[in-house]
Design a protein around this ligand. Sequence first.
Ligand code: GAP
Length: 456
Amino acid sequence: MTQIEEMQEEIQGTPLVPIDKIVSLSKRRGFVYPNSEIYGGVAGFYDFGPLGVELRNNIRRFWWWSMVQMHDNVVGIEGANITHPRVWEASGHVENFVDILVDCKKCKRRFRIDHLDPKNVEQNKCPACGGEFTEPRRFNLLMETYLGVVEGDRMKTYLRGEACQNIYLDYDNVVKSSRVQIPFGICQIGKAFRNEVTPGNFLFRQREFEQWDLQFFVHPSEMDKWFDYWKEYRFKWYQTIINHKDRLRFHEHGKDELAHYAKKAYDIEYRTILGWQEWEGIHWRQDWDLSRHSQYSGQDLSYTDLNTKERYIPWIVETSGGVDRTFLNLLLDAYEEQPDPMGKGNDRTVLHLHPWLAPVKCAVLPLQKNKEELVGVAKDIHKNLQRFMVTQYDDIQNIGRRYRRQDEIGTPYCVTIDFQTLDDQTVTLRERDSMEQIRIPISELTMYLLDRVTWK
Ligand code: GAP
């Protein structure tokens, strides 16, 4: 079965969500806005709204918790966006970080050669209109910037093209300051900047985005073992937070895709309306990065084993993924439009986000906003829950509409305070996906929710 046939079959089963549904929901409900929109926007840049920032923080925190906090042999850093320009010479980016582009002479569309069907390249034929291509041109993706204020005396450098370089730069300081011993890892979440020539598909390919990296330093003899460990760990990590587990797979790099120093590499791919696409890369970086930085800086970046006194440049397993791509994939994975089974027009849009990651954990809803007794209890419950999780207080419109509003932003639980509450101190707790409702004593509410919305 071809990939297109597979996708069509899938579309007939559980539908793959069009990106524009997510773009529209994101703007309408305050997840993501186009950057500088009042000036017409800038391609490849986005801002995150009130719900977007909550979701993003939860995604980041869950990654940090599982990668750093839950591993005794992993520590974190946070590096600057700008480094010494030599870093990008050592890393090979100045020379090799290029996209090769062609333009169609007829319809003027621009294509990255590596994104074209090889047949189109061979036949020199534009896939959109059949026109001829221009000669290929090379574009460096690094974003330049200048340090200093005196004209003619300013130093050219770059916004970091990949966040991980700071980890190699700080590796020696971490070894000397934090008593880590090989095997150990350094994690970082940070921005990266690329002059992508064809930014697009919303958050999928941007010019400013955020990456999460683990660089795990090992003795060469243990490289295979740790590569396999992190490859499996990262795959399971993604499985934990998605609904459509069958849309996750490994793609093993072929010989033509591998870096010259890499014995193997895998992408963790997720399937959306864009097809199978990379979500995170598991890379065999060997001693390439530390050797290059040793060579370019003149500093000795070798490691001495405290027990055996062996000196060597550690080898590195890298897991490198995108916060923004995670954000987008999670929304695509979670989005569902459910028609009203009774056909009465009560259709709903639901985000089946994992409760750990949902931007709002619980909505507190007094049945009527003009009944002081209900409002007083509801506000107390809201104030108490706020200390532990993000909650929203909502008393606008009827209760059905309020449930729908919360479903659409993925709030896993709604608490309704009604007249029975005043008699027996219980509330109605409604769960988002099943829409099931239970009565629960107010005194048990916080523990009940905490048990379900915090990771473990
Ligand atoms: N240090 C290795 C590295 O940077 P990469 O495959 O270029 O590898 C890692 O990037 C991850 O960063 C990708 O798997 C993807 O999730 C994310 N990413 C890369 N380019 C991106 C872009 N232009 N916009 C959004 N995310 C991007």
